[in-house]
Ligand binder design. Structure first.
Ligand code: ADP
Ligand code: MG
Length: 369
């Protein structure tokens, strides 16, 4: 490992960049513990770890994107409670290949998203991890009235905040290395996907981050890069979560880390209800349809089982639809109704485009399967 000044040199550099002392951070990085001003509302706490080889492959993600994503997935958990993220602690386990440039890249990405969402990084831990790079982020946030997974009631509508499946499609493009090059070769040919009936269209633009030194990003077609970016640089839906919680009408909420199928099942289990999801209503992007046509995948598989979209899934009484639409509209979002909450005995099902009904089984990635 060639980290200038070793562990303490690294911490010194991190500390210089993240000196937030003042404002609500009474004391930031550098002492045995940070001193923080507690929020006025409820305090939210969550932690999520990214492990090389399980959650990411170093050759497919730039250090900047890795830093971004490590914090993004944690901010998303706070968003899913309808909360504002406040403070984060970042533990990092570095393998022997990590050098200053790599670690600085991670912290640039961390700081970019921290600044965008006004999160203060107030501490962490730095260790050697010879077998795999590990980033573990703990986050604290606040919410006046947090929204849990357990409040869904039969008759509620089930909705999502945006396009599903983009992240999984992006990962597929990244992993199918040869296929991916072919895809980029005919990248402008979006018509290939057009024979697949689209769901609700959900396209909206997001700002790309710096692309590091990763050349393939430059060669990509616009739709392939949109999907790859959705996977590598997800944007948590914080404003949307706060607006939704603010309506007082949202009965349950969760973010999509494992896939819509898994998240709907989580809500059903925690709320002790059933649910039905309509395939034709699932919002998909033009990019997703283009990729599906190009690699011969069913876009619905990506949208239902792919995961890592970090959109929000939420439920609310149908009478509140106008209030919910208006609230999401104010934060620049849109409501995509995809299903309905049913009594527990009805189970969790999917209505296919042809009207046939099948069980909707949780299909996200299971670490211990
Ligand atoms: P201790 O031995 O008390 O755990 P450390 O030397 O690990 O102290 O940490 C010193 C300070 O640097 C603490 O404030 C800690 O939170 C912070 N810190 C250590 N590693 C990181 C990191 N990777 N990112 C942010 N802050 C860190
Ligand atoms: Mg320590």
């Amino acid at each position: 490992m060639t980290i200038a000044g070793g562990e303490f040199g690294l911490i010194r550099r991190i500390r210089q960049r993240m000196n937030y002392t003042g404002g609500r951070v009474v004391l930031g990085i550098g002492d045995d513990a940070a001193i923080l001003t507690p929020p006025g509302g409820k305090l939210l706490a969550s932690i999520d770890m990214l492990v090389e080889g399980i959650h990411f492959k170093k050759e497919l993600i730039t250090p900047w994107q890795l830093g971004w994503k490590a914090l993004a997935v944690n901010i998303s958990d706070i968003a899913a409670m309808g909360g504002s993220p406040l403070y984060a602690l970042v533990s990092i386990g570095l393998d022997d290949s990590a050098d200053d440039t790599y670690v600085d890249g991670i912290y640039e990405g961390l700081m970019a998203i921290a600044n965008q969402f006004d999160v203060k990084i107030v501490g962490g831990d730095t260790v050697r991890s010879p077998k795999a790079l590990v980033i573990d982020v703990a986050i604290l946030g606040e919410a006046e009235a947090p929204v849990t997974r357990s409040g869904a009631r039969p008759g509620d509508l089930i909705a999502v905040t945006g396009c599903l499946g983009n992240s999984a499609a992006g990962l597929t493009l990244l992993l199918q290395d040869t296929g991916y090059r072919q895809v980029t070769g005919r990248g402008q040919d979006v018509s290939r996907g057009q024979d697949i009936p689209p769901g609700q269209n959900c396209d909206r633009r997001q700002e790309p981050g710096p692309k590091g030194d990763w050349k393939r990003m430059e060669e990509e077609s616009s739709w392939a890069s949109e999907l790859v970016q959705a996977h590598l640089q997800p944007v948590p839906r914080v404003a949307e979560g706060i607006s939704l919680a603010g309506t007082g009408a949202v009965s349950a909420m969760i973010d999509i880390s494992d896939g819509l199928s898994s998240e709907v099942n989580h809500i059903a289990e925690e709320s002790n209800v059933g649910a039905v999801v309509y395939a034709r209503d699932i919002p998909v992007s033009r990019a997703l349809l283009a990729a599906a046509g190009a690699v011969g995948e069913d876009p619905l598989n990506w949208a239902l089982f792919g995961g890592e979209d970090y959109e929000l899934v939420f439920t609310f009484p149908s009478a509140a639809i106008d209030a919910v639409k208006e609230a999401l509209g104010r934060s620049g979002g849109r409501v995509y109704v995809v299903g309905e909450v049913l009594p527990a005995g009805e189970g969790v099902t999917l209505v296919e485009r042809d009207g046939s009904v099948r069980d909707l089984l949780p299909g996200g990635y299971n670490h211990f399967a």
